[in-house]
Write a protein that binds this ligand. Structure first.
Ligand SMILES: NC(=O)c1ccc[n+]([C@@H]2O[C@H](COP(=O)([O-])OP(=O)(O)OC[C@H]3O[C@@H](n4cnc5c(N)ncnc54)[C@H](OP(=O)(O)O)[C@@H]3O)[C@@H](O)[C@H]2O)c1
Length: 160
């Protein structure tokens, strides 16, 4: 199964200047527990936004058009090649950024969306989604986080 995992602001933004716009402990925890033990696929810019350090306990696959190597990560030159490198794991996670999400939307089976219920100004947005093709299968809403004072929801969508 191919799953997209993303946190999206109310106005669609997901990042600015190659960084996240918010810090929500619950979301970091959700991301870690959901993806741990599974391969994660990301674009070169998202890998750099993590300080070019691979996420532990996961096979990290970085997509780039360049002929480069990244310590602790596998390099792929297309999304298809990245998915092939994931060795048929039961669940493979596409973890951004916008360029990679745009290419993965048509092939993903599931989306884990953290909906941040606030607008954020940013230079990067999640691509337009046709929600008529997706069924909401799980929803968990928080009025606020431990260290975050706006509401957010964990939404899971499966392709219809
Ligand atoms: N809110 C969230 O959940 C979330 C999650 C992840 C990222 N983000 C944010 O998203 C932003 C980064 O997103 P982004 O769209 O700018 O960059 P990105 O998707 O992370 O990476 C783009 C790079 O991926 C490579 N690439 C893309 N398509 C390719 C293809 N078909 N074949 C080979 N290589 C390909 C290229 O690398 P080369 O230039 O090296 O060729 C391209 O420059 C940051 O602000 C980050 O914080 C947010």
């Amino acid at each position: 199964m191919i799953s997209i995992i993303v946190a999206i602001a109310q106005n669609g933004t997901i990042g600015d200047k190659n960084a996240l716009l918010w810090h929500i402990k619950e979301d970091m925890r959700f991301f870690r527990t959901t993806t741990s033990g599974h391969p994660v696929i990301m674009g070169r810019k998202t890998f750099e936004s993590l300080g070019s350090k691979p996420l532990p306990k996961r096979k990290n696959i970085v997509i780039t058009r360049s002929d480069v190597e990244f310590e602790g990560a596998f390099v792929a030159h297309s999304l298809e090649e990245a998915i092939a490198m994931a060795d048929n794991d039961a669940e493979v996670f596409i973890m951004g950024g916008a360029q990679i999400y745009a290419q993965a939307l048509d092939i993903a089976d599931r989306m884990y969306i953290t909906r941040v219920e606030r607008d954020y100004e940013g230079d990067t947005s999640f691509p337009e989604v046709d929600y008529s093709k997706w069924k909401l299968v799980a929803e968990e809403r928080y009025e606020r986080g431990e260290d975050y004072d706006s509401p957010f929801s964990f939404l899971t969508y499966d392709r219809k």
